[in-house]
Design a protein around this ligand. Structure first.
Ligand code: BF8
Length: 677
């Protein structure tokens, strides 16, 4: 690194122990490398700054200028008249304050997913109106499949016969109806009826059917304003409505429309971890969430003239890789390798080989711009709602009408920057193979059956006990805990106990880095039943379903399992559980809440911002189950965390009367005879 660049590095006050900070050797190497160069990373900052204990417990109210009011738990325990003695200046109780804070997290998370969905819907409308030729409808079959959910006809009558309607007509009608989901004046969201009927009826009975996506988020902001809703149960009711508007609304729309526009994923091979970067190539790291620009970057980077241009600058080619959910989007449709999880974003720059980091929205550290100052890396922001204040950041605003030109500009900038590398390049060698790109459709193909109904073969394997249950393990990394440790321990414990795992988000990347997304891993890590199924059908025991908006795929996969029969009538009847072992984002809270209110027992790791209000915490972790069939739980220890999920799965197996079938699989002949006697 040059002296000028060195001067820009801010030396961390305290240094993280690389081995204590991450289980991943590539991450450990790069933390050490950053420390050697005197560049601070999130791992160092996490040891240098403690989180606020009151905020962590959810009991700090800063919703008006009389506060912030902090309501620490009494040392001698909660009194019976807690709501009279422990209160803010206005009298807001700990339950009200924690519920308000929780609700605002749901609003933030639902807004983030849904605004992403809106952006995709707008691009889809432009495509349907033929205003851009950069994108085409890649999956007309999926468009025809989703059209009926919007009450859009896929056939027309011609000479007394039903014939297929033109795809362009369907696209335009679906696009207009989809976009109206954010602000329509009347009715309810179209996708709600895709849920199992008993679940829809529960939502209806409890008065939580979302009306439109924006309204539910706005109403949270209103109800949590000073002096409005002061009943934690009523506040949570609105959380429920907004979170359903996320999972079954904004996120599901994002997933479906992305599939129609960019193609529905199918299993695809790739690699994961920082070792996917190549020293002799122009490295472009795409980071964020929305695939509309990165789709173009992938397409343009493969053009022969771009590769020739890179070669003219001395590089052997262009290596794209991804961080966070942009990584997942590009992985599942194009096999672009994942450079790393949320916590590895600074480390990709510290390799010295990142010629450009192109970011859009969500989960982007502002500090990547500070780290980039110490290297040659160009940080390029592309979204009008997500800029950075540092003066080394270049903003190239993406416009879908000029998508190809914008992508060309960005890629050329990266190529031109290849020759500016100054620091010694140090890319960790570590990377792992992965098979990703699973979804509702591909699970049907691999584990389903057309003979007796959609997901019947999967259900059959659950009923006969080879597969003990299904887990959705998702979510972030959090620098307050050892990077990837809980993700991997939870997932390994689940598959060891024959629970098949559906993953998304940074959990998916963590599992890929650990080699769990390969069919071969089944023989090493799974219990005998799951290993047998994986070997028979050639799938990994952990199925990567994509980005965080693709948690909607988990909802729909669960619905397909219900529909296939034999495992109850609703999602809450299934031997299934959800988990976010290392969560950090408001989006995770919104996802957790729509999992819970869709009937899933959902365990979070670390802590929940509810512990300072035990009555409220009890409500969402116990009572809420009576309304929706799912509930929250918290367990920081990863093995206990997985065991809680397994215990729930076993409870559901027992309720379904299939616990004995599982016993027979594992019993020897003598035990079998004893059972039959
Ligand atoms: O939306 S898992 S750290 S990248 S928030 Fe962010 Fe969390 Fe990763 Fe994707 Ni999801």
């Amino acid at each position: 690194m040059s002296d000028i660049k060195k001067a820009k590095a801010v030396k961390p006050v305290k240094l993280a122990d690389p081995v204590a900070a991450s289980i991943d050797p590539a991450t450990q190497e790069m933390i050490a490398r950053a420390q050697e160069l005197g560049v601070d990373t999130v791992f160092d900052r996490a040891v240098g700054m403690k989180p606020c204990n009151i905020g962590m417990q959810g009991i700090c109210c800063k919703n008006c200028a009389m506060g912030p009011c902090r309501l620490p738990l009494p040392k001698d325990g909660i009194k019976e008249n807690d709501i009279e003695v422990r209160k803010g200046l206005c009298g807001a109780s700990a339950n009200t304050i924690a519920a308000r804070n929780f609700a605002r997290m749901v609003a933030g998370g639902a807004a983030a997913h849904s605004d992403h969905g809106r952006c995709v819907a707008e691009v889809f409308l432009s495509v349907a109106r033929k205003e851009t030729d950069a994108y085409q409808i890649k999956d007309p079959v999926k468009l025809r499949a989703i059209a009926p959910h919007f009450d859009v006809a896929t056939t027309v009558e011609l000479d007394g016969e039903q014939v297929d309607r033109e795809i362009d007509e369907i696209a335009l009608e679906v696009a207009e109806k989809a976009l109206s989901e954010w602000g329509k004046a009347e009715g309810e969201l179209y996708n709600l009826k895709r849920a199992p009927k008993p679940l829809y009826e529960k939502w209806k009975k409890n008065g939580v059917l979302p009306r439109n996506i924006d309204r539910e988020i706005v109403e949270i902001m209103h109800r949590t304003h000073m002096g409005v809703d002061q009943d934690y149960k009523n506040i949570i009711k609105q959380c429920t409505r907004a979170s359903i508007a996320d999972g079954w609304g904004g996120s599901m729309l994002a997933t479906d429309l992305q599939d129609v526009l960019f193609g529905t994923p199918t299993p695809i091979q790739s690699e994961a971890n920082l070792g996917v970067m190549k020293e002799d190539h122009v490295n472009i790291v795409i980071h964020g969430h929305e695939p509309v620009l990165s789709e173009m970057i992938v397409a343009v980077s493969q053009k022969p003239e771009m590769i020739d241009y890179a070669k003219s600058k001395g590089a052997k080619g262009i290596q794209l890789s991804g961080i966070c959910c942009t990584a997942n989007e590009m992985l599942q449709r194009h096999g672009v390798p994942s450079a790393g999880t949320f916590l590895q974003q600074e480390l990709a720059i510290i390799t010295g080989a990142c010629d450009a980091m192109v970011v859009d929205i969500q989960c982007i550290f502002q500090n990547v711009a500070n780290v980039a100052k110490c290297f040659h890396t160009k940080i390029i922001t592309t979204h009008p709602i997500a800029k950075m204040e540092q003066n080394n950041v270049i903003h190239i605003e993406f416009d879908e009408h000029y998508a190809i030109q914008d992508a060309e500009k960005i890629i050329k900038l990266a190529i031109d920057n290849f020759q500016n590398r100054e620091a010694e390049v140090m890319i960790p060698k570590h990377k792992a193979q992965q098979i990703a790109g699973f979804g509702v459709e591909s699970i049907l193909y691999h584990l389903g059956g057309t003979f007796r109904g959609t997901y019947y073969t999967l259900n059959d394997n659950i009923i006969n006990g080879r597969i003990r249950g299904i887990a959705g393990v998702v979510g972030c990394n959090n620098a307050r805990t050892r990077h990837n440790e809980a993700h991997i321990k939870v997932v390994k414990e689940l598959i060891k106990n024959d629970v098949i795992v559906l993953t998304t988000g940074c959990n998916g990347i963590a599992c890929a880095m650990e080699g769990l997304l390969t069919p071969e891993s089944a023989a090493v890590f799974c219990g005998p039943g799951l290993a047998e199924v994986c070997e028979t059908v050639g799938i990994p025991p952990v199925l990567h379903l994509g980005s965080c908006v693709d948690n909607s795929r988990i909802l729909l996969a669960a619905t397909e399992v219900v529909k296939a029969g034999g495992l109850g009538n609703d999602i809450c009847d299934l031997p299934a559980a959800g988990s976010a072992p290392e969560w950090m984002s408001e989006k995770a809270i919104s996802i957790g809440h729509y999992f819970v209110t869709s009937g899933v027992y959902t365990v979070f790791g670390l802590h929940l911002p509810t512990s300072g209000a035990p009555v409220f915490h009890d409500y969402i972790s116990k009572e809420i189950e009576k309304l929706y069939g799912g509930k929250w739980d918290l367990e920081a220890d990863p093995i206990k965390h997985a065991q809680l999920m397994i215990a729930h799965i076993d409870k559901k197996r027992k309720e379904l009367g299939i616990d004995k079938a599982r016993d027979r699989v594992l019993m020897d002949m003598a035990a079998r005879q004893a059972l039959d006697a």
